[in-house]
Each structure stands twice: as C-alpha cells, then as structure tokens.
Design a protein around this ligand. Structure first.
Ligand code: NAD
Ligand code: LMR
Length: 377
C-alpha cells in the first residue's frame, strides 16, 4: 500500500490503534497529524506539543474520518498523551537554517528527544516474561509494580512472575524524526536502557524521506513511472551517510543512466534536505514531504503490528549488518516492530566506496549520542 492509496482504503475489521505525535504543532507535526487522521489504521490520535495543540487538535478533529483526536499541551499532559500508544512519532525539535548541518541541531534536540523518550519509557511500558534474566533490575521491577497498580493489568498465569523472570519493555514503536537522526536514535536507545525498558525492535529512526527522494529523482531522470519505482537507501540520515543503492533500484534502468548520472542522483539524494533548507531561506526545512514520508512509515509500522505479512521499509535501527551499532537498511516490520534486518546485498563499486566513506561519520555520530545519553543522568 504505497503512496496515498492506503488512505482511500476501507478501515473495517482493523484493530484499534493509538498513535501519538510529539511535536504535533510544528511544521512537520501539523501535516503529519492531518495524514494520520486520514489513515485507516488509526483509531485514536494524541497530538502533543509544548503549546498550540488544542488548536491543531480541534482543527484536525473536524475531519470525518475514523480516528478520535485529542490535543495535549505541556509536560503535565504528556503521560496521558502517551498512555496506551502503539506508535509514538517524534518530530519535536528545532529545524536547520541555511549554512547549518544536522549535527548543529544536536545541542538543542538531543535534550528534547531524551526527555520525550524518557516519558515514553515511563508511560508506555508493557511487562513481559523474560526469556533470560537480562533487564530484570530494580527499575524494571518498579515499573512492573507501577503498571500493575495503575493499569490493573491482568496477571498472566502462564508466566512466572517472580522477580528474576520479569522484564518491562517500552510498548510503543518509537518513530524518531528529530535530527540529527544518526545521534537521536542512539540517544533514545541509551535512555531506554537506563530505564531498563529498552527493546531494540521498537526504536526506529525515520529515513523514509531519503527513499521518497531517491525514488522521485531516479524516476524523473530515467523517465519511469514513479509509482512503480523502488530504491533502497542505507546508512544514516545526514550528508554522505545517506547511501542510495541505485544498482538495486526497481525497475533497473542501467541502460538509461551512466556513471555520471548515478553520481549526480546520489549527491542530489544526499543533499535533498539542504536543497529544501536553502529554498526555504531561513524558514525551516522539509515539512510537507517529511509529513508524507512520516505517515507512510507510521502506516507501515501499524500494518506490521496488525500482522500484515511482508511489510518492508528502510529504517535506521540497532543493527549488526555493519560494524556500526546503528544502521539503516531494509527491515521487515511485524507484530513486535523490527522482525528481520536484511543485509546490504550486492553493491556496485561506487556504492562500496560510498559505504566505506560513510562509516567514520556514522560511528562518530552514534558515539556522540550514546555519550550524551549516558553523561546527563
Ligand atoms: P518546527 O520548529 O516547525 O516544529 C517543531 C515542533 O517541536 C514545535 O511545534 C515545537 O514546539 C515542538 N517542540 C519543541 N520542543 C518540544 C518538546 N520538548 N516536546 C514537544 N514538542 C516540542 O520544526 P519541524 O520543521 O517540524 O522539524 C522538526 C524536526 O524534524 C527537526 O529536528 C528537523 O531537523 C527534523 N526533520 C527530520 C527529517 C527526517 O527525515 N528524519 C526531515 C525533516 C525534518
Ligand atoms: C531532511 O532531510 O529534509 C531533514 O533531515 C531536514 C534537514 O535538515 O535537512
């Protein structure tokens, strides 16, 4: 269900799903909230921001689609916004201005993401029996007790509820949009680890906009029907760390594109964000195309949760396919989030060079995020 076709489809028989958007009053947040209100997969939509969400929620709520919409403003309402969420989309934080890199946003956005993910860890945990004793620390136990008391969860008689076999994990799939994604995803992971509720299957960096751009530019250059085009984009989400794999694009247009074309397409995809930042000339970065990409990705997460088979998207997750601890590649999404991480497949010599070139920057950005999450406790 690619493109906007999904929005027109019937929603009967789908399970109820709550989606929370954190940063819902922003440039991305508003159109993203609109698109999620149109999604057949959403029955409850929680719109949270530090301010402005009552207006956005009132506006979006008048649309005659299924999802019940509620606005939440200010930190004291964050817990309520997150409670019971299946997917939490996070586009909160400041955008770039011309001349800035995404990493220049770290100073402000790192703290915002950490605080919001901490709230996710506290307000949307679920308890599951652990297969090993990992994660069964005092914090998990406290969360277990808290959840039992506040949510009155039925005790699962099948499980062994003794302390060493319990494990709390964050329940929602976190879709992290806030930049720099290469660092904010590691920040989210470390933050949840510190709370004892980390599940690497549920923390996903949104790189869908890179795929959307690669498809658009490739189809345009090769004269193809864009709705039939697919291009995997791997690595991370900043400059050279964005690596489109045009050698694996479908349909294959090798006979129409020479090496110079592939080089130009690669650079345009890597600089797509900067192209928009410059065109907006100080009024922010991509918001509309990002809202579209964010909605596609959230829908894919929801379809995976609902048990649709073969939901595959490129996303930046904890990964072992390279020696970087986080990497974006094709991922199968299922009932528990990340179900399978696919390898890189066969790369062209040009792409193999690109991969080698991106690793140092990617590793550095990951380390920076992890250090931040650990130092400020
Ligand atoms: P924006 O300034 O228009 O909106 C950001 C919103 O976040 C504002 O409404 C603000 O009030 C809110 N906010 C700030 N602190 C908050 C907090 N603690 N809790 C809740 N909300 C908070 O910016 P934008 O254009 O919507 O961009 C948002 C982020 O998304 C930026 O970091 C940008 O770089 C990033 N982005 C990522 C991608 C991607 O592909 N992953 C694409 C485009 C933009
Ligand atoms: C994008 O790719 O458009 C975003 O990451 C925003 C930016 O700063 O480029």
């Amino acid at each position: 269900a690619s493109g906007l076709r999904a929005y027109a489809s019937a929603s009967g028989g789908l399970p109820p799903r709550k989606v929370a958007v954190l940063g819902a009053a922003g440039g991305i947040g508003q159109p993203l909230s609109l698109l999620m209100k149109l999604s057949p997969y959403v029955s409850e939509l929680a719109l949270y921001d530090i301010a402005g969400t009552p207006g956005v929620a009132a506006d979006v709520s008048h649309i005659n689609s299924k999802a019940a919409v509620k606005g939440y403003a200010g930190e004291d309402q964050l817990g309520e916004a997150l409670k019971g969420a299946d997917v939490v989309i996070i586009p909160a934080g400041v955008p770039r201005k011309p001349g800035m890199t995404r990493d220049d946003l770290f100073k402000i956005n790192a703290g915002i993401v950490k605080a919001l993910v901490e709230a996710c860890g506290k307000h949307c945990p679920k308890v599951r029996a652990a297969s090993s004793q990992a994660g069964t620390d005092a914090c998990s136990w406290r969360l277990f007790v808290e959840v039992q008391v506040t949510e009155s969860l039925p005790c699962n008689t099948q499980a062994d509820w003794s302390l060493p076999s319990l494990m709390a994990v964050v329940q929602a799939l976190l879709n992290i949009i806030s930049n720099p994604v290469n660092s904010t995803v590691p920040i989210a992971a470390e933050t949840l680890k510190r709370l004892g509720v980390y599940d690497e299957k549920r923390v996903l960096g949104v790189t869908t906009l890179d795929v959307v751009r690669a498809k658009t530019f490739y189809a345009e250059k090769a004269g193809l029907d864009v709705s039939k085009v697919d291009v995997p984009v791997v690595g991370g989400h900043a400059g050279v760390t964005i690596l489109p794999l045009f050698s694996q694009a479908v349909p294959n247009a090798a006979n129409k594109l020479n090496d110079a074309d592939i080089d130009a397409l690669t650079k345009r995809t890597q600089d797509g964000g900067t192209e928009v930042v410059q065109a907006k000339a100080g009024k922010g970065s991509a918001t509309l195309s990002m809202a579209y990409a964010g909605a596609l990705f959230a829908d894919a997460c929801l379809r995976g949760l609902n048990g649709d088979p073969d939901v595959v998207e490129c996303t930046y997750v904890a990964s072992t396919i390279t020696d970087a601890p986080f990497f974006s590649s094709k991922v199968k999404l299922g009932k528990n989030g990340v179900e399978q991480i696919f390898g890189l497949g066969e790369l062209s010599a040009y792409e193999a060079e690109g991969l080698k070139a991106l690793m140092p920057e990617l590793r550095q950005s990951i380390q920076k995020g992890e250090d931040f999450a650990l130092e400020k406790q």
